[in-house]
Design a protein around this ligand. Structure first.
Ligand code: KG4
Ligand code: ZN
Length: 344
């Protein structure tokens, strides 16, 4: 089964070709980061227009060097939500057009399901059931994953997502967009013990998160320090970055531990852009070793948005459901807001 995967939910155009027997055949990614950088964040209208420019050439290029052509594709998988409405429309309408032209089914894939299942692309891979920590720019959730399509929400952020906390504090420190990688790079030369930042909701007794207070704390800290010291020096920024990263990571790790203890499961899957953070990875690995749990990550290049995880999620769905063709539809509907699990 050859699946063409298309991802256009935010600021990355991703296309991949996945063969259910051979695995990933090829994938291509075009990041719009340079275009949005000047604005300090993603401009939805610019994102949609750029997806239109990039998508068709990327689809063509994914076949180059392979033994396949569009005619060999058995199904098309496309991110139908959540994400930016206009950006999603570019992917879904292209997929629908291709599906109609080729007479092939089109599967609407949930973006977070793509992230959630992406660690299964690596080896060794987790087995169901496991707990998933989904940490992206728009979502922070803990999920119990009992099987493909069997997801239970354990907890989520009540305000900002972890990625958003990285991005907003990075912007306060004058680092560019996206802030996560820049903040974590600066943090590596900082002293995380110099400033003490709050760990919001760490002892709330549930599995929810809150990160919006952190950016306010960083703002106050930065202003106080800059006023007292005649400006913010490179070392101060690095120490604030390190303190911020430590606070975010501490909360993510503590809640992941609580989720594993509460569910009695011993496998944690980490997915989404923040899952690329090395401090988060090393802290989780240390904790997991102590408890004899296993932690799984997607390959680093598939932590952030990409087409491979969308094609792969479709392959898993097809594999798990003999009647999958019935849920395939050629339509243009997108769901900018789309809960993945019951009760969300
Ligand atoms: O999953 P993703 O690519 O897009 C969404 O679906 O949102 O996640 C993007 C988020 C951004 O907030 C970005 O700053 C963050 O992931 N991120 C990181 C790192 N790499 C990306 N945050 C912390 N450390 C990183 N190394
Ligand atoms: Zn994402």
């Amino acid at each position: 089964m050859l699946i063409l995967g298309i991802e256009t939910s935010c600021d990355e155009t991703g296309v991949a070709l996945f063969d259910s027997r051979e695995g990933l055949v090829a994938h291509r990614l075009y990041s719009q980061v340079d275009m949005h950088k000047d604005y300090g964040g993603v401009v939805p209208e610019l994102a949609s227009r750029d997806h239109i420019r990039r998508l068709t050439p990327l689809i063509e290029s994914v076949f180059e060097g392979s033994n396949y052509s569009l005619q060999n594709v058995d199904a098309i998988a496309v991110t139908a939500g959540p994400g930016l409405g206009g950006a999603l429309m570019v992917g879904t309408s292209t997929a629908a057009g291709l599906g109609a032209a080729l007479g092939k089914p089109v599967l609407a894939i949930h973006h977070l399901e793509g992230h959630l299942l992406s660690p299964l692309m690596a080896t060794p891979r987790p087995t169901f059931p496991f707990v998933a920590l989904l940490v992206s720019g728009g979502h922070t959730q803990l999920m119990k994953v009992a099987g493909v399509g069997d997801y239970t929400l354990l907890g989520e952020t009540v305000d900002d997502a972890a990625g958003e906390a990285f991005d907003k504090t990075a912007s306060l420190l004058g680092l560019g967009y996206p802030g996560g990688p820049a903040l974590s790079k600066l943090a590596s030369s900082g002293d995380e013990t110099r400033f003490k930042l709050p760990r919001p909701m760490i002892s709330s007794g549930d599995l929810d998160f809150s990160f919006s207070g952190l950016k306010t704390a960083v703002k106050i800290l930065r202003e106080r320090h800059a006023a007292a010291d005649g400006g913010l020096h490179e070392k101060d920024s690095a120490d604030i970055a390190a303190a911020t990263q430590a606070a975010i990571v501490d909360v993510l790790v503590a809640k992941s531990v609580q989720a594993l203890q509460a569910s009695g499961l011993a496998q944690l899957v980490v997915a989404g852009g923040v899952g690329a953070n090395q401090r988060l990875r090393s802290r989780l690995n240390t904790v997991a070793a102590n408890y004899r749990w296993k932690v799984y990550y997607p390959p680093l290049e598939f932590c952030t948005d990409n087409g491979a995880m969308i094609a792969f999620a479709a392959a898993m769905r097809i594999d798990a459901d003999p009647h999958w063709q019935q849920s395939a539809a050629v339509d243009f509907s997108v769901q900018p807001r789309w809960p993945l699990a019951e009760g969300m």
